[in-house]
Design a protein around this ligand. Structure first.
Ligand code: RP5
Length: 168
């Protein structure tokens, strides 16, 4: 249902955070490495195959002059979610702006830089799929409920409660 593509194997530790969430939600996905500038033909052939196989949402992660999500979006009308990778020199600001600032006409949904973005890309892909897949809608609803319960539990265990009135 989802193709996750990253521009380099150096992006894998980050994007795997998102892949783990798709697994948790029971969303079938393929994870691959293909670069818009280093392997353009390879990328195009992967996208063509994924189209034929019925992939419904694309997640593309890249860093620096991060044109990979835009190039993926150029090849499909299906939703494309971009994950800006943290770059060494500009800490991912370059990646963020490259992905977010797509000129009007060919959209890419841009997530946050790094691991938070990778996780949110998976959750956003699941949200899109949940419009037409009941099982994913249930899994996503359960995920949100578990997240809420975990925060409430942490809040309970951390809260300082007055046992006596504070001295004036
Ligand atoms: C981009 O260049 C990749 O997405 C990666 O984030 C960045 C650096 O790639 P490597 O030089 O580590 O292969 O294409």
């Amino acid at each position: 249902m989802v193709l996750i593509v990253v521009g380099s194997d150096s992006d894998l530790p980050v994007i795997k955070e998102g892949a783990a969430i798709l697994e948790k939600l029971g969303v079938p996905y393929e994870l691959t490495v293909a670069s818009a500038h280093r392997t353009p033909d390879h990328l195009r052939s992967i996208l063509k195959r994924c189209h034929e196989e019925g992939v419904e949402v694309f997640i593309a992660g890249a860093g620096g002059a991060a044109h990979l999500p835009g190039v993926v979006a150029a090849e499909t009308i299906k939703p494309v979610i971009g994950v800006p990778m943290e770059s060494e020199s500009l800490k991912g600001l370059d990646s963020l702006l490259s992905i977010a600032q797509m000129p009007g006409g060919v959209p890419v949904a841009c997530m946050a830089i790094g691991k938070a973005g990778a996780r949110n890309a998976a959750l956003h892909a699941a949200a899109i799929l949940s419009l037409s897949h009941e099982d994913i809608r249930s899994a996503l609803t359960a995920y949100r409920a578990a997240q809420r319960d975990a925060v409430i539990e942490k809040s309970r265990s951390l809260s300082v409660r007055w046992t006596k009135s504070p001295k004036p």
